[in-house]
Design a protein around this ligand. Sequence first.
Ligand SMILES: C[S@@+](CC[C@H](N)C(=O)[O-])C[C@H]1O[C@@H](n2cnc3c(N)ncnc32)[C@H](O)[C@@H]1O
Length: 297
Amino acid sequence: MDPDEWQEPVKTYPDLVQQALPGRILAAFDAIARKIAHLSCSKKERNFFRLALLAIIPQFSHAVATGGWLKWVEPKIDVEFLPEAFKGRLEIMLGDLLQVKLPRRADWQARQADARYLPDNDETYSAVITSPPYPNRHDYTRVFGVELMFDFLNREDTRKVRYQSIQSHPEAHPVRPETKEYRRPEKLKEVIEELNEVAKDIRIPTMIDGYFLDIYICLWEMMRVCKSGARIALVVGNAQYYGLPVLVDEIIAELGEQIGLACDKIVAVRYRGNSAQQMGKYGRNPSRESVVIFRKQ
Ligand SMILES: C[S@@+](CC[C@H](N)C(=O)[O-])C[C@H]1O[C@@H](n2cnc3c(N)ncnc32)[C@H](O)[C@@H]1O
């Protein structure tokens, strides 16, 4: 790693990446990424280095994820420390690997898919544990936009992922499989009617409605790929808009039962305070985060 080579990035990056990693910072990340791409080692080993490089982007970035949003900040470390930060991250990752003592021939697979169209065969799994997006307007393609567009996607592909994601933020408008049987739970109907009355941002009731339709489709898929007796656990968070609570866990429990899953329990695991702005307007009203546990009968 020769800092004299950090003059101009060779690749052209989308605006967000250029703004988040201005000047020599992007040139440095780009130079290291190119070095990694040309290492004479296995693809898995190269990916290990790529992951370490991605993991240190927030330390040098002018745009960092705080909660669900990108915040513009002045990075605390200078780009000259990039090699040291990279080495430090690799050491942490190697330490993790040594500590977990992974079995030599682990039997696992990772596959990339839209949760509404799982690529797996019917009745394959004995358990599912998942944390779907919460209907809190956080757009992961924006929160992780710098990393996504530094290494994986161009602007157009990022936009496609944004639109196709679960409708947990107002810009999503996904293409979904057809669902004839879906019935909106009463609790959902009520909250949507109320939101339609008070919402200043008219996209919010549409988003909430679409969110539960998405979760319903995901539940169908989870049920399809599970064996009878399998447990399905969803980690979810309740939301509130304009002072109106959206009981995500209870509505999801009802959706699961609608498709024939048994809801064993809802375990409350945490309460999150509302934003200072919401608190000023509607009072202190913490939202529950829970695990909704189903069983396939
Ligand atoms: C609450 S996060 C959980 C992430 C991860 N499971 C974890 O625990 O760190 C929700 C994730 O769902 C992803 N997501 C959004 N829409 C999706 C879809 N249609 N199919 C699959 N994943 C989706 C988001 O990009 C985000 O990474």
